[in-house]
Structure formats: C-alpha cells, structure tokens
Write a new protein. Structure first.
Length: 630
C-alpha cells in the first residue's frame, strides 16, 4: 500500500506498522542495571507480560508513559517488531481506542497507565467499555511492594483506597500482582475472562518493582476457557419461542447491542430472511443489518426512526435478543410512546440472567448467547418450515409507515438553508460514504442525528456509546477504528463540545499515521443539553452556549486552523453546497481531516417517542403520536 502522506506530511506506510523509524539509540551511561535483578533462566515481570501479549497476538499496546510504566515499556523496547506501541496524548484516549477496536475486531488490546492520576484519567473510558460490553486489558502501575501504604509518590493508601478497589465496580475483575510468579496465572485468566460470557475490561494492578524483578517461571500459553460459554436454550424452548413469534399477527425481532457484541449478523439476517419477521434495533444494535434491508425498520426509542417506533407500538409479540430496555430506548417506560407491554408479549433472550425481566414482564425468559440462539432458531425454522408470508397485512402496514417517514425526511436532503440543517449534512454523508465506512458517534446531539439519519450499508460498521455515554468516545475512538480497519474510511460525527474535550486525538492521528475524518457539528453549544433546557425548563438556558463574555457573540476556536496547526487538514464549511465535496475529499485524502461544519443551532432532532427526567413531565412527540394498546 502506498504511503498516505505528501512530502509535507511525513508518515510511514501503514502496511509497515511494526517498522521503527531508525536504529535504536545507544543506551546512555547507567548507575545500575536491571540485569542485576535477574538470575539465569529467570524472567522479569515485564517480559512475562510482553511475551504473553505476543502469544495472544495482541498487535497494539496503547498508553501514556509515566514513572510507574517505564518498567513495562522496557520490555516492549526489543519487541516492536511484534507489538506496536501507540501513545495518545492522554490516557483516556487509549481506552476509547481499544474499546472501538474490540467492537470491530472482537479481539482485546492491552492498554496501560502509570500510577495515581494516569489510572484515574483512564476510568471514564474503562466505565464506557464496561457498560457497553467491550473488552481490553488495562495495566496500571503502583508503588513498589515495599512502599505500599507508605504515602510514597502517588500511593493510593488512605482509608478505603487501593487502585484495585477503585476499578472493581467498572471491570469484570481487578487482578493484583503481589509477586512476579502471580503473572503466570493472572495473564491467561484475565484474557479468558475478558472474552467469555458478557465481554468486558479487566484490570491488572502492578507494583512497578515487579516489572523489573524476576522469577524462574515460563510464559504460559493462551488457554481458551474449557467450557462452552456460548450457551443456548433447549430445542424445545427455542421451538416454543419460534412458534409464538411466527403465529403472531404482528411479530417483531428486536436486535439489541448483544447481537452486535456477539457478531451475530449473519445469523440474524438468515433468521429474518427465512421467517419474514421484521427486525428493528436498539441504538446499541444499530447497524446489525444494512439500513436498506427490506426487513430492517431502524432504531426504536426516544429519537428512533418512525417506522420502528410505530411498529413496536402495534406489535403483539416481540422477540428481544440482547437488549436492556433502558429509558432512551423505551421512552422512559411510558406506555404508548414506544412500547405497549402488556398487551404486547415479550420473549426476552440475554446472556445475562439479571437483564431478563428487569424493566418489562416477560412471556418467556431465555438465558442464551445471541449468536448461538439466533443460529439455533434459524435451524429450527428451516427444519419445521416456520415462516410468515412476506405480503401479509403486517408488512403492508409497515411499508405505509416507511413511506410516511420518507415523505417527512427526504425533502431535507436538498435543503439549502444557512446555517446548515444537520439533516442535509447527514443526507450527503449517506450518499457519499463507501459501503465499508466505519462510523463512530461521539455523544450529544451529533449522536442522535446519527441515530435517526445515518444509514449503515454494511453490518457491524456503526459504533456508539450507550450505557455510560462518555463524550470523547467518538473523537478518540475513531483512531481505534482505523487500527482495526486500516483500509476503510473511518469517520466520527462529533459536536463542538465533545471535540474540544479531546482535540488532541488529531495530533495522535498525525503522529501515528491514522487517517480519520472528524465531522464537527459546530453550533456553539452543548446542543443536547441546551435542547433539554428548552424542552423541559422553559428555555432557561445557562451554561450551554459558548459565548465570548467581552463581545457577547457566540465563540469557538477555529477548528480548521487547529487541525492545520497539528499537521492535519482542516476545512471550515458554512454553506450546505460546500459539504459534499469537502466530505468526499476528506475520506479520499488518506490524511487526518477535520471538517468544521457550522450548523443551525435551533434545529432539533425530531422526537418520535419521549424521554422523562422525573419529576418533570415527559415531552410529547414532534413527529408521530402516542398510541396505547389495551
């Protein structure tokens, strides 16, 4: 593959990611040597970690150096031909990058931080991955074992505090190494735990003397968990669920985030195609099927797509796979805005028993892995010839709702208003983006515009932050997408608020040759929260607009010039007719590019369901209406 850059944009070819830029520098004079800690036939702790990561075929180590991490990095020094080190400009960015990488490739990376502030900077990204069932291994340094509870530099010693106890609520497990020998068991256990069942991050709390000290041990081989955690139901149970679904008058399949986590795209499509049961998704499940699939209705929820919401309101049986039924998806559980359960009957399938029946009563609750269960249901449907007629009255009703939605949405594709209507911008993105484009939403109104209007062409190419919804996820995570899909356009739709939280991602992209596109929806506001103030608090706006206090004018930095200062391309766009050409050029340039798009700050995302912040009453739909079935 050719080098991405021009003569003024100095980078290495991406296909040679492990090649260093030159010979290793000569070592400076040293006072002591780490070799003195190692006896013959012994391995240092950092060597055990590094060699195990290589055995697991982990291609990237991401993190930010500090004194508590240099021991780990010393083992990577001689192994850069096997594991590439990337240093974002803040720890949190490493977590977001690893999170998106796992969502696309379903293989965990390793990330690291030093002691004290470094791990704390990582916590937002770790929590975001935990609540969205994404996985990576986090290694954080700690004071030497001889200094624990001494109050040494960055020792987390007071009262209840240890770094393990801090991370415990947001990881599947926090491991603590007390001696070098512990690593031989910790490393394979951690990788097995990350990937099995409901995926999630794990944490290793590593006193930094153990990086350098050694023990007479061997690096373990990876050992997949001996049990088959991809559990499924009995055939009798699965057949009962299938019968209830296909005998219904108005059946639906809900594909939640669990379908994406399991990578069950083919199984879902095969089941839908054979049975002719329409499919919709939660926002975390967006992209489980191509947007133009005749059986896919889109996302349901507060800001869902109208055909999906209307179908859900009228369904008599719903088979839900890997969905939590949270407030944004259900319209805050207010009857008739999205769901009518009951009388709608719910068959809920989840790998985690605790999710079943959490928010709605179930007709059937089934503990099973999404991929295994969908494959099982498809097999039974074909064997028993269980299906609907595609030309049923139910499909005709759905088609009418689709036409109603298109009649509302399509005119915005040619809107020439200034400032730019976000729907015009989204229409151009859909028209121009190649089929393999990976879209990574940031959090805010940008995310909701993507929820309603981005139309993925290929399953599994849409990423968003759901349960924890951390700003910066898209701005930084798009670089993880580029690591996972080096030959696909990788784009993030972000707001000016989120972009300003983590603009250093552009510098990381230039430094490490990770071409990505940031589409910044610039409305001089924390737009989503400003809209909540307008909807729920009588437009009593404060703290949500970016205004220069001296001039009273809306103010933001010049994002295009910021990008250029970091070595990337930057384009400011103020007219809708400029956007399409600029976006096409950005995704074809193979250079990090920031598009600063000035949008209409008063255009709100159509509310097709509702959301409530108790005790404030729920908002009413701005498109469609509440329908309660008895």
């Amino acid at each position: 593959m050719a080098d991405y850059g021009s003569s003024s944009y100095q980078t290495r070819s991406y296909d040679r990611i492990f090649q260093t830029t030159g010979p290793k520098p000569a070592a400076p004079p040293t006072i002591g040597s780490t070799q003195s800690f190692r006896q013959t036939n012994e391995l240092r702790g950092n060597e055990i970690i590094a060699e195990y990561l290589i055995k697991e075929k982990v291609p990237f180590l991401l993190g930010y150096a500090g004194h508590g991490a240099i021991g780990l990095l010393d083992a990577i020094y001689d192994r850069t031909d096997k594991i590439r080190h990337i240093s974002p400009r803040v720890e949190q960015a490493a977590g977001f990058m690893a999170d998106v990488y796992y969502r696309l490739n379903r293989e965990p990376l390793a990330i690291y931080a030093s002691t004290g502030p470094g791990p704390m900077n990582m916590m937002i990204a770790v929590a975001n991955a935990f609540y969205d069932c994404s996985a990576f291994m986090l290694i954080t340094g700690n004071v030497p074992t001889t200094q624990l509870s001494s109050g040494a530099l960055q020792d987390d010693y007071r009262y209840q505090g240890t770094m393990s106890s801090i991370f415990t609520p947001i990881v599947k497990k926090s491991f603590r190494a007390n001696k070098v020998e512990d690593l031989v068991k910790i490393m394979p256990d951690a990788f097995n735990l990350m990937r099995s069942g409901r995926p999630g991050p794990v944490h290793l709390d590593m006193p930094y003397n153990l990086y350098i000290e050694s023990a007479a041990v061997e690096v373990p081989d990876p050992a997949r968990h001996p049990t088959n955690w991809r559990s499924t139901a009995s055939d009798d149970t699965a057949e009962k669920a299938l019968d209830m679904l296909v005998r219904a008058q108005r059946p639906l399949i809900l594909a939640g985030g669990g379908v994406r986590v399991a990578g069950a795209y083919e199984e879902l499509k095969a089941l839908a195609d054979y049975t002719n049961v329409p499919v919709y998704s939660s926002f975390m499940g967006k992209g489980v099927m191509a947007a133009n699939d005749k059986l896919y209705l889109g996302v349901a929820g507060c800001w869902g797509e109208y055909p999906a919401n209307e179908a859900v309101r009228n369904a008599d049986v719903i088979l839900a796979i890997g969905a939590r039924f949270n407030d944004l998806h259900t319209g805050s559980w207010k009857k008739g805005y999205v769901y009518n359960i009951p009388p709608t009957k719910l068959i809920q399938v989840d790998i985690d028993m605790e999710e079943i029946g959490r928010n709605y009563p179930v007709e059937m609750g089934i503990v099973a892995d999404a991929k295994s269960f969908l494959g099982q249901l498809g097999r039974i449907a074909r064997a028993k010839n269980r299906k609907l007629s595609y030309n049923s009255s139910w499909h005709r009703e759905i088609e009418a709702w689709r036409n109603e939605w298109h009649n509302f949405v399509d005119p915005y594709a040619t809107n020439t208003d200034v400032p730019i209507d976000p729907r015009r911008m989204m229409a151009d993105i859909n028209r121009i983006s190649p089929a393999d484009t990976v879209m990574v939403d940031d959090v805010g109104n940008c995310q909701v515009w993507s929820e309603q209007y981005w139309l993925p062409k290929t399953p599994g190419t849409h990423m968003t932050a759901g349960g924890f919804a951390a700003m910066g996820f898209g701005v930084c995570g798009v670089l993880g997408a580029r690591l996972a899909r080096p030959h696909s356009p990788c784009v993030t739709i972000c707001g000016d608020g989120g972009f300003m939280m983590t603009p250093h991602a552009v510098a990381t992209a230039v430094e490490h040759n990770l071409p990505a596109v940031w589409v910044v929806q610039n409305n001089y506001a924390i737009g989503c929260i400003r809209d909540l103030q307008r909807f729920y608090l009588d437009s009593r706006e404060i703290g949500t607009s970016f205004v220069n206090e001296q001039t009273g004018e809306f103010w933001n930095p010049d994002f295009a010039r910021m990008a250029e200062a970091m070595g990337a391309r930057g384009i400011r766009i103020t007219h809708p007719d400029q956007f399409g050409d600029a976006y096409k050029e950005a995704i074809q340039s193979n250079r990090p590019t920031v598009l600063d798009v000035v949008i209409n700050r008063d255009t709100t995302v159509p509310l097709t369901g509702t959301w409530q912040m108790p005790p404030i009453p729920e908002a009413q739909p701005t498109f469609g209406q509440r329908r309660i079935r008895n």
